[in-house]
Structures are given as structure tokens and as C-alpha cells.
Design a protein around this ligand. Structure first.
Ligand code: ADP
Length: 601
């Protein structure tokens, strides 16, 4: 049995919003008196944070999430287009040819070749697995479209074509709740605590109890920082890009760069802080972002004069620059009923009063104060380009499946707004936070928009969700492993692991023959898929865990308790199967064999 983690503080009654307020200077010297203890603390309950928490928990670690706002979701909940991924099961099922190389090349080109090549490679290679992992959690992204800068349809979104953000956040939250991972809301992290050797030992947070501001220390073996970007902190982003003063922002109010501030305070390095993305199509009154998927569904951009002026699906920076260069500095996203029918996000734009509608093109033009004849001609020319599959005017090549020919017609007035901060803290592919000298801060992991370098000089639409899921998973896995290897006590329902001990015995004299890492394989058992995770440490297989399965519990337990320790003892799959559970045994052996193939030195 695993020991229960100690919770030293009394139960907290968190009532009012601490929000994104920074800790007041006047609170020094530090009044922290209360202490809690967990194996892993995750700071921020956005997409990266919840993903990391799930994976750390599935490593057996006791996890807590602290979130400064009163709700989970951060900027993730606003994500609309989808999640880019290559070589996925859904692409294959739909006959879409894609490769990790093309995904890499599109992203690298779109990012002006400033992307960190290793991080990008890791993201691309793990994208299909991330789609499969989400699917295994009931978060199914099988409706595939494209976004600006992508040469192939690889933007995965919910089956009904809805915006990804709300669907993803509620799906992840359900998984957090299923695992009983606590989220302490209205709890603002303000300091990452390190010991004299520079190893992370916890996080200091501020919260409100019965109307009174309080602070406490949450001790931890590992800390995962997933606090998002700084696109709502005008002072911070204009210090890197003064030209953005006065721009609206699409970011939620908590995107204030706290993680970057906390990490740099303990010597962590940053990269590419000046790389700030503006999104071309933001409704200016409400700061609502009009998703690129509207354009890839067939919409065009039209100036006040009534003409197209640019390839609507060029990368975001170029489209933004083209809009800013118009004499009026804004533009209209124009589309028809077919585009509306294919994109659920449009319904929320309509219900929020952002959309102007006309029964004919001429009626729409009049409502926009535009010359009807010019708009009609613009749309007619565009429809001819769609029919021929060639946009002679601006060279657009995607989002040309349907002409704009089904009434009513719609328009949304937009201009660019601050959208995504591509710079952030420096990590390696293990999501360890690095110092300037390249050394890792022990026990500290980061993932998502708080990190920098992955998107280079321009983030492609649909790549932020890939980033948070792929690196959120890695951060949770690595933090969970690190915590459990460094005295973590685990959570009460830690996954079945090789008998009662964390590490099973290894036969004397067996050679270390595999490459270290955590490998995950999906195989088919008796009742459905099993996700098998194999840990190789010091050249030896040290753990074989099953993070999800549908097998009969008693038979499954027999395999885990009897066969798995033998695999580890022998460091081989040449072991006897459990006769009452041959299919489950063979499925696990198949998974370990696959890992052995990859991990052979
Ligand atoms: P990502 O896309 O990288 O997951 P999000 O913006 O979706 O980023 O989520 C980041 C979350 O972190 C938000 O919910 C935000 O409120 C939270 N957060 C930011 N700073 C702090 C902080 N200092 N303490 C606790 N939570 C924070």
C-alpha cells in the first residue's frame, strides 16, 4: 500500500477572488506560516496544467493544482481552430496523407526558421500520440480542417466542428475530477522556493480565507509551471515590443506572465521574449477572436472599399500586416450560409451580436457602407477562383472548397489584436527549466505558453493546443517520475505497479541494454485498448504500468502482480503468460516488445 501524502494545513475555505493581483510588497518579511505537502504542484489550471496533472497522477504522484482565477481554463478555453497533428489515426481513416516531416517543415517555415529544432521535432513526433491519448480520455478530435500556414489538413477539432477550447477544458476537468486531483482556485502562486543547492522544494501561494489575505507554503518534490503567457500584461509586452501599445488583446485577464517572473527570479533563462503574435481577425469592441477556421471554411477578407487585398490564409503576421496597411486599418471577414453551417463557432459570434447579415450580397454591402457593385464583383471573382482552384489575384491555395454562393451573407468587422506570446522560459525536450548556462533547475518543469522557442517567430494556428498537450504530458510524466524517484509518497490510488514496491528486483548479472526514457504503447487486450507505459532507467526496464485498460480487474491484477515483475526481473519478455489471462498477458508483452525494439541500444 502506498502511504497517504500528508496534508498539514487545515481545510481551506476559499471564498473570494485573489485573481491576478500580485503579492503586495508590504507583505515582506514573508508571513508564510502554514505548510502543505504534495509530491507535485502544478501552477495554473489551463490546458497544459491539467494535462500535466493527469500525467503526474498517472505516474502515481500526489498532485495539486493551484489556480489564481476562480475558474479553470485560462487562454486554452478560448482556443478555437483545433489541434494540429500529423500521421494520426483520424487522418488515416479519412484518407488524408500527411507526414511528421511536412508538419515540421510547415511550422518551421511559418516560424521563420526561428523555432527551437529539438522542441519542434519533439512536438511533431508526439502529436499523433497526443491525439490518441486525448481520445482515450474521451476527448475525440476527429473533425479535421486546416489553418493558415499549413499545407495539409491536420487541424483536429471536435466531431461537430465546435471550437476546441471549451470541449478540451471540460474534458480535461472531468479527468481531473475522476482522479480527485484537487484544484485550489483563487490561489495565486508568487514564488518558487529553492534550497541552497538550487533544487526546487515548493511554491508559496497567496489566497483569501474568510475575507482575509493569507499565504502558505506548498512543499513539493517537483513543480510544474503552466501559467500561460503574458498577452494580458501590456506593460510586459510593450517592454519587448513597444509598437503594440494600445492594441486590444484576445487574452484572458490572468495571462500576466507570472510564471516567467517567478522562474527568472530563481535563475531560469528566457528565449524569444520579443516574439509576440498579433491575430489578424479580432472584433475590436469585444476583443473576441474570429477563428481562422472561418477563413479556412471559405470566408474572405474584404476592405472598406469592398475588395480583397491579401491571401487570407497566409500566416497570421502577414495577414495582420496587410490589414494594418489598409487606409482604414480594419477589414471585414465575409462569408455565406455554407461557411456558417460548417463552423459552430460562428453561432457564438452571432449570438454575441458581432455579425452583420444581408439576404443578398448587395444588402450586406449597404449595411457595411460599401459599394454593392464592388462587393458583388469581388465575390463573383472569388467564386471563379474557387471553381478553377486557382486564386490568380492573391495565390490562396486552401479553404477553397465552396464558393460564397448561399444566402444569407455575413460580415464581421475585425482588426488585429495581441494574441500569443511566443517567447518564454527556456526548456529542453524533458520540459526541464534551464538556466542561462544550459543546466537544468532540479525539480522544475514548465509547459505551454509560459515556455518559449517552440513557435519561433510566428505561431501557426492550431499549434498552441499541440504544444500544451504534448509538452503538458511530458512535464507531468517527468515531474511525476522525478517526484517518485526523490522520495515522493504517492497518491492513495496509485496505478498497480509491480507488486507492493515501486521497483521490482532485477536478476543479478543482467546487462543494462536499453535507452532511458518513458515509453508509451497502445495495444489491444481482451476487452479493448490498453495503454502501457514502460520506464527505462539506468539502462534497465524498471516499471511496466498500465495507465488505462478495460480488462477484467481480477485477471488484469494477476498479470500485473505475477507476470510484470518477472519481465522486470528477467529484463525480457521471454516469460510465462498467466494462463487464465492469456490475451491480457500477450497484450502487455506485445507492448513491452515494441518498447524493447525502440529502446535497444
Ligand atoms: P496554457 O495554454 O499554456 O495551458 P493557459 O492560459 O490556458 O495556458 O492557462 C494558464 C493558467 O495559469 C490560467 O488559468 C491562469 O489563470 C493560471 N495562472 C497564471 N498565473 C498564475 C499564478 N501566479 N498562480 C496560479 N495560477 C496562475
Amino acid at each position: 500500500m502506498k502511504k497517504l501524502f500528508t496534508l498539514l494545513a487545515t481545510a481551506l475555505l476559499l471564498t473570494s477572488l485573489v485573481g491576478c493581483q500580485k503579492k503586495e510588497e508590504t507583505q515582506d518579511p514573508d508571513p508564510v506560516v502554514e505548510t502543505e505537502s504534495y509530491d507535485v504542484v502544478v501552477i495554473g489550471a489551463g490546458g497544459a496544467g491539467m494535462t500535466a496533472a493527469i500525467e503526474a497522477y498517472d505516474q502515481g504522484a500526489g498532485v495539486v493544482i493551484v489556480e489564481k482565477m476562480s475558474v479553470a481554463g485560462g487562454n486554452t478555453i478560448k482556443a478555437s481552430a483545433g489541434m494540429n497533428a500529423s500521421e494520426t489515426v483520424f487522418q488515416e481513416a479519412q484518407g488524408i496523407e500527411d507526414s511528421n516531416e511536412t508538419f515540421y517543415d510547415d511550422t518551421f517555415k511559418g516560424g521563420y526558421e526561428k523555432n527551437d529544432p529539438e522542441l519542434l521535432q519533439y512536438m511533431v513526433e508526439n502529436s499523433a500520440d497526443a491525439i490518441a491519448w486525448l481520445d482515450s480520455l474521451g476527448i475525440t478530435l476527429d473533425n479535421i480542417t486546416t489553418t493558415g500556414g499549413m499545407s495539409v489538413s491536420r487541424t483536429h477539432r471536435p466531431t461537430d466542428g465546435a471550437s476546441i477550447g471549451g470541449y478540451l477544458v471540460s474534458g480535461l476537468l472531468a479527468q481531473i475530477n475522476e482522479r480527485n486531483i484537487p484544484i485550489q482556485y483563487n490561489t495565486y502562486a508568487y514564488e518558487i522556493v529553492v534550497d541552497d543547492a538550487g533544487t526546487v522544494t515548493g511554491v508559496k501561494v497567496e489566497y483569501t480565507e474568510n475575507g482575509e489575505a493569507k499565504t502558505k507554503l506548498i512543499e513539493a518534490k517537483a513543480v510544474v509551471v503552466t501559467t500561460g503567457g503574458f498577452g494580458a500584461n501590456e506593460e510586459m509586452y510593450t517592454s519587448y515590443a513597444p509598437e503594440l501599445a494600445g492594441f486590444v488583446t484576445t487574452n484572458h485577464s490572468g495571462a500576466t506572465g507570472d510564471g516567467i517572473t517567478m522562474i527568472t527570479a530563481i535563475g531560469g533563462a528566457t528565449v524569444a521574449m520579443e516574439e509576440i503574435q498579433i491575430h489578424p481577425t479580432v472584433e475590436q469592441e469585444t476583443s473576441a477572436m474570429i477563428t481562422e477556421a472561418v477563413r479556412s471554411g471559405g470566408a474572405i477578407l474584404v476592405s472598406q472599399e469592398g475588395t480583397r487585398f491579401f491571401n487570407e490564409l497566409e500566416t497570421r503576421d502577414k495577414v495582420s500586416a496587410a490589414i494594418i496597411a489598409l487606409p482604414e486599418g480594419y477589414s471585414y471577414v465575409v462569408f455565406d450560409q455554407t461557411v456558417r453551417d460548417n463552423n459552430k463557432a460562428i453561432e457564438s459570434y452571432i449570438s454575441n451580436g458581432l455579425v452583420i447579415e444581408g439576404n443578398t450580397i448587395e444588402e450586406l454591402a449597404e449595411k457595411l457602407d460599401m459599394d454593392p457593385a464592388i462587393l458583388a464583383e469581388t465575390i463573383a471573382t472569388w467564386n471563379t477562383s474557387v471553381a478553377s482552384g486557382s486564386d490568380a489575384e492573391f495565390g490562396r491555395t486552401t479553404g477553397m472548397e465552396n464558393p460564397l454562393a448561399t444566402a444569407p451573407y455575413y460580415a464581421i468587422k475585425i482588426a488585429p489584436g495581441v494574441h500569443h506570446t511566443m517567447g518564454g522560459v527556456k526548456i529542453n525536450t524533458h520540459t526541464q527549466v534551464l538556466r542561462e548556462d544550459g543546466s537544468a533547475i532540479a525539480g522544475l518543469y514548465a509547459a505551454g505558453e509560459v515556455t518559449g522557442g517552440i513557435h519561433g517567430g510566428n505561431r501557426i494556428g492550431g499549434n498552441a493546443v499541440t504544444d500544451i498537450i504534448v509538452f503538458g504530458r511530458q512535464a507531468g510524466t517527468q515531474a511525476g517520475l522525478y517526484a517518485m524517484n526523490n522520495g515522493g509518497v504517492g497518491h492513495p490510488e496509485a496505478p498497480v505497479q509491480n507488486g507492493d514496491d515501486d521497483t521490482a528486483a532485477i536478476k543479478d548479472g543482467v546487462e543494462a541494454q536499453y535507452t532511458d526514457g518513458v515509453y508509451t504503447e497502445e495495444v489491444t487486450g481482451h476487452n479493448g485498448p490498453l495503454t502501457v507505459q514502460v520506464t527505462v532507467e539506468g539502462g534497465y526496464i524498471t516499471k511496466v504500468e498500465v495507465t488505462s485498460h478495460e480488462e477484467t480487474e481480477t485477471l488484469f491484477d494477476a498479470v500485473m502482480d505475477q507476470m510484470v515483475p518477472t519481465i522486470i526481473y528477467e529484463q525480457s519478455t521471454e516469460v510465462d503468460v498467466i494462463t487464465s489471462a492469456t490475451v491480457t498477458s500477450e497484450a502487455i508483452l506485445e507492448a513491452v516488445n515494441k518498447v524493447i525494439e525502440q529502446a535497444k541500444k
